[in-house]
Ligand binder design. Structure first.
Ligand SMILES: CC(=O)SCCNC(=O)CCNC(=O)[C@H](O)C(C)(C)COP(=O)(O)OP(=O)(O)OC[C@H]1O[C@@H](n2cnc3c(N)ncnc32)[C@H](O)[C@@H]1OP(=O)(O)O
Ligand SMILES: CC(=O)C(=O)O
Ligand SMILES: [Mg+2]
Length: 359
């Protein structure tokens, strides 16, 4: 383990200085595409302005005999496309696969200046991040990259979950974590074959009643524990948590529910696997205009943020002030990227102010 004094030292001569703080950039949806799939690749220029993050996927969902085509496709797309303010990420193959080393060597050398984040799958512990960290530093130095490429780990093995805190804090490059519910279910020997979402068998049942009436059941969230652990690990290390994929593309309602649960628990975004999921993520991971207006009302009423006041019958104090700042700061960051949202937030604030004047 590196000493705290060395934590921010570059790991190779000539590599850029590590970031001291992970920049918060809107990433409500990480949109996955297969760069070797011509139809999907053709959609990249028109998708770029619609999403916060475009991710060229090289790992699972890309057939073994298409791995090299996907890698070459990503290089070509990155070189040819102006992504504007949209981030470009990639998911490389797992570190024990025959492709991971060439993925990293090729991508950093060829398009390292365009890549914001490299997602590493099946991370089991800090040692996986340390390996990638050193290799990236060497490659950045060789390629003359001037800003460090950040690293995102997928939490998708039981060992990875057990080690989540050390993974989150393994390097200043760590940008965030995503839940990988499919591989994680397999690793844990869970008995769901779905990619994320609930399961009708995972429920609690109302107690029996004296009248022997039918007993209501309530489906529970299979992923609550892991998401909550991930959120805590991320918050403790100043990095960002994400819900991962929702595989039932046609069930847009349950997808929205799963995304919203993650948003409420602290996640900043989720993956979109299909264009239909982009709007869902945008809607869910942008705070609602009325919530933003409320947060700003509380902040204004709280002055320097100390003491206690009543607003609409609800107690506000230093802690609710901080809660409201979370919502308001997120709204500011998203509005700076999304003019429609900026307008909706301004309109809701105006309406709230007019209502208050009427009181
Ligand atoms: C557990 C995990 O690891 S999850 C992460 C890995 N998985 C992925 O990345 C999956 C990414 N998504 C996909 O491969 C596809 O969306 C699938 C296989 C799920 C569905 O694909 P299709 O059956 O082609 O869906 P559908 O017919 O509705 O597609 C409509 C159009 O959208 C395109 N499209 C579908 N998904 C995407 C995407 N992710 N990005 C861009 N375009 C897409 C299709 O090519 C099709 O284009 P066309 O109208 O020109 O023919
Ligand atoms: C996200 C992912 O890779 C998984 O669920 O396995
Ligand atoms: Mg996986």
């Amino acid at each position: 383990m590196r000493s705290a004094k060395d934590f921010f030292r570059p790991l190779a001569v000539g590599a850029p200085a590590p970031v001291r703080e992970v920049p918060f950039r809107p990433s409500r949806m990480i949109h996955f595409f297969d760069p070797g799939n011509e139809k999907m690749a053709a959609k990249v220029p028109s998708l770029a302005p619609q999403v916060d993050v475009l991710l060229g996927n090289l790992e699972d969902a890309v057939q073994a005999d298409r791995k090299e085509a996907a890698r070459a496709g990503l290089v070509a797309i990155a070189k040819a496309t102006d992504f504007g303010g949209t981030q470009l990420w990639t998911r490389v193959n797992s570190l024990d696969s025959p492709w991971a080393l060439d993925d990293l060597l090729t991508l950093v050398t060829e398009i390292g200046d365009k890549l914001d984040v490299i997602m590493v799958p099946k991370v089991e512990g800090a040692e996986d991040i340390h390996y990638v960290d050193r290799l990236l530093a060497q490659l950045e130095a060789k390629a003359g990259i001037t800003r460090p490429i950040l690293v995102h780990a997928i939490l998708e093995t039981a060992t990875g979950v057990a080690n989540v805190e050390e993974i989150a804090g393994a390097s200043p490059r760590m940008q965030g974590l995503s839940l990988g519910p499919a591989d994680l279910a397999a690793s844990r020997r869970m008995k769901t074959t779905r990619v994320g979402g609930g399961h009708p068998g995972y429920l609690v049942r109302q107690d029996p009643t004296a009248e022997d009436a039918p007993r209501a059941t309530y489906q529970q969230d299979l992923w609550h524990y892991t998401i909550a652990r991930m959120v805590d690990a991320c918050a403790a290390h100043g990095i960002l948590p994400y819900y991962g994929p929702f595989g039932d593309i046609k069930d847009v309602v349950a997808c929205e529910d799963q995304f919203r649960n993650a948003f409420l628990l602290g996640c900043v975004g989720a993956w979109s696997l299909h264009p239909v999921q982009i709007a869902i993520a945008k809607r869910v991971f942008s705070p609602a205009p009325e919530d933003v207006a409320w947060a700003r009302r509380v902040i204004a009423a709280m002055g320097d943020g100390t003491g206690a006041v009543m607003i609409d019958g609800k107690m506000q104090d230093d802690a609710t002030y901080k809660q409201c700042q979370v919502v308001s700061d997120l709204a500011d960051a998203l509005a700076a990227r999304d003019p429609e949202l900026a307008e909706a937030y301004a309109a809701a604030e105006k309406a709230a102010a007019a209502k208050e004047d009427d009181r």
